[in-house]
Design a protein around this ligand. Structure first.
Ligand code: 28F
Length: 660
């Protein structure tokens, strides 16, 4: 048998040494949620996405033009590409192991980090595949490379033999992976949804015209689903414009052809298609990076929104329309349907399921790619441009009217409304600027009242621990003075009568001590808002202040540390090596001099706030939202044993952090 493990190099100059190996797979089976966001149906389909992403990377890199997806049973999926085939050579750091085995049994084995093997990568090449392997009761990989055929099998990530040459492959090449999600992880009888996989395949084909995707599904699995074919070849040379047509098929359009373009800048690609819908129709904004969906948006969306908004403003400006200056991105994008797909070299995603792009430079790059072209598109048809601009101006006018009405209503309501005596209100009513600080106890309340900007910042001191609504009865909830003061101060009613437009402040900021008690009060308040006013959180109005725990001084230089970790970091790198660093710990907000409280925690120019976020309530986010419900019940609910179980399972996470 050929010596499979001699160090292999090949035409692309790739060799196994590109693979950076960081750790084994045991953490993946122990805490799958850290890697695929949970063990629900959404996470199950994440396995398919990871393997498909690796095939797509091979296609986007120009080495494959065909991908097969075959759902042969509800819990058995095969994905195959005609790319170069995973490398089969030996790995210098792992004598006796093939590169394939290293990629499939170690995390962070992707050469992606070295950037050599892949220009742009959706999957992290090797990270995804090894996670899928660990969470599959069985996984078989077959590689056709350099006219030979190899295969290797695994069970729950463990090799069932070494990579074996099983035959010749004279006229094909590529990688095929067959895997079965592990019932031990996903529960008995894990089932793929044909519709979800079919849509995943179709979106990939729309996003990259250079690949043909062959979908095949056992007809028995389609018994009650006539929207999914048993067999179809997916290939869309029309790219995003076709994708957008397909996604707006059932909607009324304001313009006949969408504004669509593809731009290549410095080796990266920016593609989009946007159309405007009839008034009142709900629009959407679907964005992707390297064909990976980014349902939580990110910097590419920001850049695109800026480009379109600024282009429309300057069109209005040139036409002498003074009102154009006031339109915002929300005015412009209301009622639009957008597809945005970017291909970046080294994308940074946020969160373990990579659903938000955070690459900072993508904002400027995307704006640069889109703005000029949109200005040309507008200039090409001034009547259409004027029509779109007027629609945006109309929405801006409507927005300003509504804000005026709210302010008037709030003023009159405040006069009628009995505000809690201990509320230190602010003088302005404009909710674009005002914020309410919820602080714990009167001493912190005193400091906060002195530190605040009275025009825009109100303070409501809460006495001690508020009621735990996750375990309190409804009547107890209604009778609780603190909580009724809170909803009075906010100008809203809790529960189903809550209306976001009644809010008397633009932001609600929980500002508790940086200690365990403070964290507990913050958790109680977040539980209250989550249960009684969830749309306040969904509207992005709830924040956590980040008061410092330490003040660190060396000579004239003073820095603040949020926690022990940051204190360590600043000790290492925040000061010069010479001179003693004085460190003092703040016992509580009440002990903090108002000037420091303002500078470190309240002043919008210098503070940092954490926005409390919930997964989007759309189809994708539904499972994640259920996950939040479960977690709130576990942590805050009546059943203490759930809490103990959670603490037992996650205690080492905290220890791990401390070890860092
Ligand atoms: C069904 C899933 O996983 N296809 C893949 C390749 C090709 C190469 C590769 C993959 C380690 C980190 C470089 C081959 N020759 N389909 C797939 N096709 N991985 S996964 O290399 C992985 C290395 O990055 C490949 C030359 N360069 C790259």
């Amino acid at each position: 048998m050929a010596d499979l493990f001699g160090a292999a190099a090949n035409a692309e100059g790739y060799d196994a040494s590109n693979i950076e190996v960081l750790e084994g797979l045991e953490p993946v089976r122990h805490r799958p949620g850290m890697y695929i966001g949970g063990t629900d149906e959404r996470a199950l389909h994440h396995l398919a996405a990871e393997i498909l992403d690796n095939s797509m990377d091979e296609a986007v890199a120009g080495h494959a033009n065909r991908i097969d997806i075959y759902l042969e049973a509800a819990d058995r999926l095969t994905i195959r590409d005609n790319g170069r085939g995973m490398p089969v050579g030996g790995h210098p750091k792992f004598p006796g192991k093939s590169a394939v085995e290293v990629i499939l049994t170690t995390l962070h084995a992707g050469g992606k980090f070295s950037g050599k093997a892949y220009a742009t990568s959706g999957g992290l090449h090797g990270v995804g595949a090894s996670v899928v392997n660990a969470l599959s009761s069985e996984l078989h990989v077959e590689i056709a490379r350099e006219k030979k055929l190899y295969s290797q099998s695994f069970a729950r990530g463990l090799p069932q033999g070494t990579l074996a040459e099983i035959g010749s492959a004279p006229n094909r090449r590529g990688t095929s992976v067959t895997f079965c999600p592990d019932p031990e992880i996903f529960g008995a009888n894990p089932k793929f949804r044909p519709a979800t996989l079919y849509r995943m395949a179709r979106s990939k084909a729309y996003l990259f015209a250079g690949v043909e995707i062959r979908w095949k599904c056992d007809p028995a699995l389609l018994a009650n689903d006539d929207t999914v074919p048993a067999d179809e070849t997916l290939h869309y040379p029309g790219g995003l414009a076709d994708f957008l047509d397909d996604a707006t098929r059932d909607k009324g359009l304001l313009i006949s052809t969408p504004f669509a373009a593809q731009v290549e800048l410095d080796g990266q690609k920016f593609e989009w298609a946007i159309t405007w819908l009839n008034g009142g129709e709900d629009g959407f904004f679907h964005s992707y990076c390297n064909t990976v969906p980014t349902p939580s948006g990110g910097t590419h969306e920001t850049g695109f929104r800026q480009a379109i908004t600024r282009a429309l403003r300057s069109f209005g400006d040139l036409a002498g329309n003074k009102k154009a200056a006031d339109i915002t991105a929300d005015d412009v994008f209301a009622g639009t349907a957008v597809m945005l797909s970017v291909f970046l070299r080294d994308p940074q995603f946020q969160g373990q399921t990579k659903d938000r792009l955070v690459s900072a430079e993508a904002t400027r790059q995307t704006e640069q790619a889109a703005r000029d072209r949109f200005e040309q598109w507008l200039a090409a048809d001034a009547a259409r441009a004027t029509f779109l601009l007027d629609a945006a101006i109309e929405r801006a006018e409507e927005r300003k009217r509504r804000k005026k009405e709210r302010e008037v209503a709030r003023k009159s309501a405040t006069r009628k409304l009995r505000l809690p005596g201990k509320l230190a209100d602010c003088t302005l009513n404009d909710t674009d600027q005002t914020e309410l600080f919820l602080v714990e106890g009167d001493s912190a309340g005193g400091s906060a009242k002195q530190a605040r900007d009275r025009k825009t910042q109100a303070v409501l001191p809460l006495r001690g621990k508020i009621l735990n609504v996750a375990s309190a009865s409804t009547e107890k909830l209604g009778a609780n003075q603190e909580l009724s003061d809170l909803s009075l101060a906010l100008g809203v009613r809790a529960g189903k009568d809550f209306r976001i437009d009644d809010l008397r402040y633009g932001r609600v900021i929980i500002m508790t001590d940086a200690d365990v008690d403070g964290a507990h009060i913050a958790a109680l308040l977040m539980t209250y808002f989550y249960r009684e006013m969830p749309s306040l959180i969904e509207a992005g109005r709830l924040f956590l202040a980040q008061p410092p725990l330490y003040r660190m001084t060396q000579g004239a230089k003073t820095l603040y540390a949020l926690d022990d970790l940051q204190r360590e970091e600043l000790t290492q790198s925040g000061f010069s090596a010479r001179g003693k660093i004085e460190i003092s710990r703040f016992k509580g907000l009440g002990e903090m001099p108002p000037a420091q409280l303002r500078e470190t925690t309240m002043n919008p120019e210098t503070r940092r706030l954490l926005r409390v976020e919930l997964p989007r309530r759309d189809t994708i986010g539904a499972d994640a939202r259920r996950g939040v419900d479960q977690l709130v019940n576990t942590l805050m609910g009546k059943k203490a044993e759930l809490r103990f179980g959670y603490i037992r399972d996650h205690a080492e996470d905290v220890l791990a952090d401390l070890d860092l």
